[in-house]
Design a protein around this ligand. Structure first.
Ligand code: ZN
Length: 310
């Protein structure tokens, strides 16, 4: 089935017209929307949606699927998390609140693009090497949690990052694009993966199979093969940041168990090459994300330890 490429008009600013490009595939109004490019420095999801559309072309669809491949064009063109045109983080302004800034108008357009669907999948990537990771937001409603669990089972991620549920965590989630989409009655599943240099074929294959099962769960495709129910780990996440500027050299393998004091990597300090600084795990758990060999600034994210929940 051939996709239809079209555009949602967003704004005409001084003759520069901004549109939200959409890809619709399958009969009838979309029941599933897949959103990529919310953050302009996260290009990996584009590889995944390209593969999804390529596979869907060969399938008989029962209902429509929509892809928003470039939610935040100004930020993507600047290769930055958010656009310097207005310095607004698209994932932190809800539906834009009716504001005139371009990122706010684009956020409103993304919410509109998802309206009427059963599920929106918001795709992101970390700079840290990250397995297929889905987010469990701090939503207490039992029906919401049961529905979320069904979608998680269909996706079959390696890791579920369970957000904290303190008042601050809940407030932070309420201000997100995900929460704004959910207020229109569309369930949201946020999914994270690795950055382009570490986006390998096994990760892409697992993510693509998960998206196809989610499409089936929304009634867009006939039932897919059942999820292999690989061992998934649900965790709270503890983030460790770079203590200084320099090159981070990874040592510990991703996905392994760590104990307090285990060396995860070393920092080659800019001011003292030849005197590496060992960076250790602060506590025990699973090493769920870890930077590759990269230049870091003080405070950049270098790894996370996952503490199993429940
Ligand atoms: Zn992101």
């Amino acid at each position: 089935m051939d996709p239809v490429y079209h555009r949602l008009p967003v704004v005409d600013a001084g003759g520069m017209e901004l549109h939200l490009p959409l890809v619709d595939i399958g009969p009838g109004p979309p029941r599933l929307t897949v959103v990529a490019g919310i953050h302009g420095d996260e290009p990996s999801p584009l590889v995944l949606v390209d593969r999804l559309i390529t596979v869907l072309r060969t399938r008989e669809l029962r209902a429509g699927i929509r892809v928003v491949a470039a939610a935040n064009i100004p930020a993507l063109l600047q290769r930055a998390r958010w656009s310097s045109w207005d310095d607004e983080d698209m994932n932190r302004i809800g539906d834009g609140g009716g504001g005139p800034a371009l990122t706010r108008r684009l956020a409103a357009a993304v919410v509109r693009a998802c309206e009427g669907c059963e599920l929106a999948i918001n795709l992101h990537n970390f700079v840290m090497r990250t397995p297929l990771l889905a987010i469990q937001p701090p939503v207490a409603d039992i029906e919401h949690r049961a529905r979320h669990e069904r979608y998680l089972a269909a996706l079959d991620p390696h890791v579920v990052w369970v957000f904290g549920d303190s008042a601050d965590d809940v407030r932070s989630f309420q201000g997100s694009l995900d929460a704004a989409i959910e207020r229109t009655g569309v369930h949201v599943l946020a999914v994270e993966m690795s950055d382009l240099p570490e986006l390998d074929e096994p990760l892409l294959a697992r993510a693509l199979a998960g998206l196809l099962r989610l499409a089936a769960a929304c009634g867009c495709l006939d039932d897919q093969e059942r999820s292999p129910r690989r061992n998934r780990v649900d965790v709270h996440r503890r983030l460790v940041r770079a203590p200084g500027a320099g090159i981070f050299e990874p040592l510990a393998a991703l996905g392994g168990k760590v104990q307090p004091g285990d060396i995860i990597g070393e920092l080659i300090p800019l001011e003292r090459p030849g005197q590496r600084v060992a960076i250790a795990a602060p506590d025990s758990g699973w090493l769920i994300q870890r930077l590759g060999r990269r230049f870091v600034r003080p405070g950049d994210m270098i790894f996370t330890v996952g503490h199993p929940v429940g």
